[in-house]
Design a protein around this ligand. Structure first.
Ligand code: FAD
Ligand code: SF4
Length: 466
């Protein structure tokens, strides 16, 4: 039988419809669509897709079980390597990972591995919520307390793995809401908050305790946690400190870091102000600076808040953009005005200190830099001005220094990342770390992988000490 070369498309809200709401854009496969897509998988003996997956999910095995309609077996295989598949199925850059090396790519389109993962995970989450079925922890290590700092994907995964091993796990989160970037960064239209909340509920059923508004390094330090009887500590505090370019005008009213802008909208529901206390500017002419997922999310959020024009200013070409390809396509469909090979030089304000313009310069690509990407070089005399009333800077984040500054002996790298080995061991006995706090801004799946490895290392450490 001939193999279908094209992937089964996923239904989604149309661009005209979706820019008026914050609802999720792609709607997911139904059973029939998932079965048709699974039928395209060739069950390659060499399994290149498994190598392409950062946590090595046995992809052909779960697709085979799906094909056979053995949905429970299929999701169990996914769960063996990935504890949050509802989330990774939506936000993992599959096109650069498992799908980039899928054999079907050579014949047409790769298998839509992420969409199949999402189908199975959503189905399973529904079932687990209905049955209230978080698997109970084993009692082997009961009574041994482990602390997790931060409730992003690294912390949640580490907590889940340790709770399953029977540890008494407490997660300390600085914000009033749990989930890290999954809730305050990635917008509702890409990752519904209800999904993250449901995953966290299931962790609570597993026995994990959560303490919110608990910024470690302020009221309580790492040392205090040990004094309170925690046998080991995992630090998954992320990379929440925004970078700025250091150009004139960044202090003008109406210039936001993407972090602040997205946090105000996502976490504090600023779009319903004055019903909530936190306002956010609803710019009509908005410039977003950057080319990653954060920039794309900021631009599309500004549009949904009512902007007439959103410029996306990026100093390289589209080929070098780090954002996910499908999000770039969606941003274009929604009408974001891409100003590529362009860099801001300064923001210009009015007499009251409000931003009114951004001066930019055109760029061309020169020789490759340390990252291997061709470095952008300004084109003399190409300066021009855009009229704007809001600017959002999305050019990267570094780890917040609070834990490093308040933890004597914790070794830190040049840009503030915590030094840790592959298993998450830091320079301090009993302190483990992983995710963006160690790697700098990266991806959900790498953070989860780090949380999982650290949980195994913590288990070994605590058992050896006991
Ligand atoms: P985080 O998710 O940052 O979580 C850290 C948590 O620790 C936070 O809740 C923070 O409040 C808390 N914390 C910090 N310090 C303390 C302290 N001292 N005490 C207590 N709590 C503390 N990745 C993808 O794979 N795909 C995408 O599509 C994607 N899109 C993104 C879009 C945006 C807007 C952003 C910002 C990031 C995106 N990423 C994406 C990156 C991804 O979200 C991160 O790499 C990932 O969340 C890192 O996980 P983490 O657990 O290390 O940190
Ligand atoms: Fe299936 Fe693609 Fe993996 Fe081959 S490489 S087993 S076709 S998903």
């Amino acid at each position: 039988m001939a193999v279908e070369k094209k992937a089964i498309p996923m239904r989604e809200q149309s661009a005209q419809e979706r820019i008026k709401n914050f609802n999720e854009v792609p709607l997911g496969y139904n059973e029939n669509e998932a079965l048709q897509e699974a039928a395209r998988c060739m069950q390659c003996p060499k399994k290149p897709c498994v190598e392409g997956c950062p946590v090595h999910i046995d992809i052909p095995a779960f697709i085979k079980a799906l094909k056979e309609k053995n949905f429970q077996k299929a999701i169990d295989i996914v769960h063996d390597s990935d504890s949050l598949p509802c989330i990774t199925g939506r936000v993992c850059p599959q096109e650069e990972q498992c799908q980039a090396v899928c054999v079907m790519k050579k014949l047409g389109e790769p298998i839509s591995i992420g969409r199949l993962e999402r189908f199975l995970a959503d189905r399973d989450l529904d079932r687990r919520i209905k049955n209230n079925a978080g698997s109970r922890p084993s009692s082997a290590a009961r009574g041994l307390k482990v602390a997790v700092v931060g409730s992003g994907p690294a912390g949640l995964t580490c907590a889940a793995e340790l709770a399953k091993k029977g540890y008494d796990v407490t997660v300390f989160e600085g914000y009033h809401k749990l989930g890290g970037v999954l809730v305050y960064g990635i917008p509702e239209f890409r990752l519904p908050k209800a999904i993250v909340a449901a995953e966290i509920d299931l962790l609570q059923e597993l026995g994990v305790r959560f303490v919110t508004n608990a910024l470690i390094g302020r009221a309580l330090t790492i040392e205090d946690l040990f004094k309170e009887g925690f046998k080991a500590i995992f630090v998954g505090s992320g990379a929440g400190l925004p970078n700025f370019m250091g150009i004139p005008g960044e202090n003008l009213i109406g210039v936001y870091s993407a972090n602040e802008f997205l946090t105000r909208v996502n976490l504090m529901k600023a779009y319903t102000f004055p019903e909530v206390d936190t306002p956010v500017k609803r710019g009509k002419f908005v410039a977003v600076v950057g080319g990653g997922n954060v920039a794309m999310d900021s631009a599309r959020t500004a549009l949904r808040l009512g902007a007439e024009k959103v410029y996306l200013i990026y100093r390289r070409s589209e080929k070098e953009m780090p954002a996910r390809e499908e999000e770039i396509i969606r941003a274009r469909e929604e009408g974001i005005d891409f100003r590529l090979l362009t860099n801001p030089l300064r923001y210009i304000g009015d007499e009251k200190g409000f931003i009114k313009q951004v001066e930019c310069i055109k760029m061309e690509l020169g020789e490759p830099d340390a990252s291997g990407r061709r470095s952008p070089v300004p084109l003399k005399g190409s300066e021009f001005i855009l009229d704007i009333d809001e600017a959002i800077v999305a050019i990267g984040n570094t780890p917040n220094p609070i834990i490093a500054r308040t933890t004597a002996g914790l070794k830190i790298k040049r840009k503030g990342e915590i030094e840790a080995d592959d298993d998450g061991k830091t320079s301090l006995p009993g302190v483990f770390a992983g995710g963006d706090a160690v790697t700098g801004a990266a991806t959900v799946i790498t953070a989860m992988g780090a949380g999982r490895k650290a949980a195994a290392a913590i288990d070994a450490y605590v058992k050896q000490k006991a």
